[in-house]
Ligand binder design. Structure first.
Ligand code: ATP
Ligand code: MG
Length: 145
């Protein structure tokens, strides 16, 4: 499959950068004219993953988050969000709806569920004390009618 476009962005784990990641994601795909709902779904999934890296991965520390995106000629977008934070000990449990390790901070435990429902696929790779990589794919349908 031919690659139409590709990018990599590194930024600090500050909550301001959730908006930065959302805008970047939308800007990356918008030249191919996806539907508004596809853009909203894609950027929401990305911002859930970025917010997890900020809140859980780096917790009260500051580290680097890497956002990578690739667009293929069949309009499949691949996105990965990587942090070098504290990692996830039980990935299967973390992915369950309503599961959160931050009950005291009014988190709903729905981030992974949102990513899964808005994207075509979601892979989570993580190792405690090493970090987490979230890899997602979504096929866009440009020039929708
Ligand atoms: N990048 C990460 N690093 C470390 N732990 C993570 C990371 N992403 C997710 N987790 C763990 O997985 C759990 C579930 O994540 P999820 O996004 O589904 O819910 P949440 O972030 O707790 O709540 P919400 O997203 O609804 O605000 C988190 O509570 C956290 O323990
Ligand atoms: Mg979350």
């Amino acid at each position: 499959m031919e690659i139409l476009n590709e990018m990599r962005l590194m930024f600090l784990s500050k909550s301001e950068n959730e908006g930065f990641a959302r805008v970047t994601t939308a800007a990356f795909v918008s030249p191919w004219d996806p539907s508004v709902s596809e853009i909203v779904e894609l950027k929401t999934a990305v911002s859930e993953a970025v917010s997890n890296a900020v809140i859980h991965g780096y917790d009260k520390t500051v580290g680097i988050i890497t956002l990578e995106m690739r667009l293929f000629s069949d309009y499949t977008v691949e996105v990965s969000i990587t942090d070098a934070g504290k990692g996830i000990s039980d990935i299967e449990k973390a992915r369950e709806p309503l599961f959160t390790t931050k009950t005291e901070e009014e988190r709903s435990g729905m981030g992974f569920t949102v990513m899964e429902s808005f994207m075509d696929s979601l892979q989570v790779e993580s190792e405690p004390q090493k970090g987490t990589r979230v890899f997602m794919k979504k096929k866009l349908h440009p020039n929708h009618t």
